[in-house]
Design a protein around this ligand. Sequence first.
Ligand code: GUN
Length: 283
Amino acid sequence: MSADIIDGKAFAAKLRGRVGEAAGAFAEAAGRPAGLAVVLVGEDPASAVYVRSKGKATVAAGMASFEHRLPADTDQATLEALVDQLNADPAVDGILVQLPLPRHLDADAVLLRIDPDKDVDGFHPVNAGRLASGLPGFVPCTPLGCLMLLRDRLGDLSGLEAVVIGRSNIVGKPMAALLTADSATVTLAHSRTRDLPGHVGRADIVVAAVGRPNFVRGEWLKPGATVIDVGINRVEGGLVGDVDFASAVEVAGAITPVPGGVGPMTIAVLLRNTLVAAHRRAG
Ligand code: GUN
């Protein structure tokens, strides 16, 4: 048996369409478009590609895109002054500082500086705390996109066994919080986890976010499991996920491909979060 392929690209296109319509209505009512500011420091090629596609998608959805490109040797005070300026700018609803920042910069301090109500990435500790406490706030785009795909595939997640592999602040921890809020029974696994195949073998839902190519093996999976692969690893021959697709597709019930699975969801959710920010700020 071969798993169903979860078409994140098609789901993201639908979401972007819905956000675009709502963004048009917002602009009409507010007399201005919703606005997203994206800050890129330095010339990391992968980050430059992400920032360009975020800008394009923002404009395509009928929102204003403000791109700020700073040289790699920008100092902390200059970057924080830009964040202050964006916090104060009424045309800016969402602020995203592209990570990773050059090593001489303190990313945590920059994220703390962003107004939590403009933090459409959901990386500010206030938003992490809101998520952990079940309060409304901004949720990081990638895990929220994964949750949308899971709900679309499985409906009610309550009582399901979920294993999240990877405990980053950007994906693993918020993913575990979202699944917990949806009443799944969640195991947050990481590099020190003992018997990972044993945990994965009990899971109805597996979310892999470890950044190691083809790490999760099909043989580990419970037959019929739903597998969400957050990994984007560049290897000789192209992009692969954190899940060994060839073996997993034989055991899973459904699986996201790489590319075309989770990746397109991230930008679609970013647009959604920006529109939500615009509505909240407009009162
Ligand atoms: N770098 C890789 N993914 C992301 C993301 O979702 N947001 C930001 N700010 N930086 C990233």
